[in-house]
Design a protein around this ligand. Structure first.
Ligand code: PGA
Length: 256
């Protein structure tokens, strides 16, 4: 069985040292005894160090929202995965749809970042998902297949297993429109099938696939109860300690 994983993606919403500390001092006690779920908090870069002070030694792990694919050099404004590791970061979100759409990140770039993250020992959470027009045109599976082929190019079996996939239909992100559990499960099952074709059934059964897109306390339990949904990547509802804790609890229950 796959252990579910819940990520809190704070985006550019909560990033001062004080904001991060406040939220986490409330959040950590609420979920500290849960062992059936991996919990990751991804604040902006400016909040990572203070966040780590609070979560160090607890069951909450630190994630970054982005990184560059080189370790050092003349890349003004970019962040090295080595620097992230040095301050306690364990996970990194790659290819979020906001990075792809606002900052023009391509699957080729995501693939370079993914390979580097794995090389330096960061655990990647790679986001994929379709636009509304693509869904309406019946192209969701083609888009997902393309993103998997390109973003996960050249990964060996072990690397694939270490990679968390976040299926995030773009039309469901920050819109309050969640995919129905059936819509999400259909695509999660499809993704697992693609992994099985590319590798084998054992690899496909081991890879964790999170759902993201308006996950809230009131829909988390039903989403996570689906066989192929292994937790969630949460934006808006991860900003408050209580709502994120409820979602983490739902994931924990789904594993029992
Ligand atoms: P949301 O964001 O939960 O606010 O829809 C999810 C995400 O972007 O990862």
């Amino acid at each position: 069985m796959r252990k579910p994983i819940v990520g809190g993606n704070w985006k550019m919403n909560r990033g001062t040292p004080e904001e991060c500390k406040d939220m986490l001092m409330n959040f950590v006690p609420l979920i500290k005894n849960l062992l059936n779920v991996d919990v990751v908090i991804a604040p902006p870069f400016t909040g990572l160090i203070s966040a780590y002070e609070i979560i160090k030694g607890t069951n909450v792990k630190l994630g970054a929202q982005n990184m560059y694919y080189e370790e050092n050099g003349a890349f003004t404004g970019e962040i090295s995965p080595k620097f992230l590791k040095s301050i306690g970061v364990e996970y990194v979100i790659l290819g979020h749809s906001e990075r792809r759409n606002i900052f023009n990140e391509s699957d080729v770039l995501v693939n370079k970042k993914l390979k580097k993250a794995l090389l330096v020992g960061l655990k990647p959470i790679v986001c994929i998902g379709e636009h509304l027009e693509e869904r309406e045109a019946g192209r969701t599976k083609d888009i997902i297949k393309f993103q998997i082929n390109e973003s996960f190019k050249d990964l060996n079996k072990d690397q694939m297993i270490q990679t968390v996939i976040a299926y995030e239909p773009i039309w469901a992100i920050g819109t309050g429109k969640t995919a129905t559990p059936e819509q999400a499960e259909e695509i999660h099952m499809f993704i697992r099938g693609l992994i099985s074709q590319r590798y084998d059934q054992e690899t496909a059964d081991s890879v964790r696939i999170q759902y993201g897109g308006s996950v809230k306390p009131n829909n988390a339990e039903i989403l996570f109860s689906k066989e192929n949904i292994d937790g969630g990547l949460v934006g808006g509802a991860s900003l408050q300690a209580e709502s994120l804790a409820e979602i983490v609890l739902a994931a924990d229950k789904s594993f029992q």
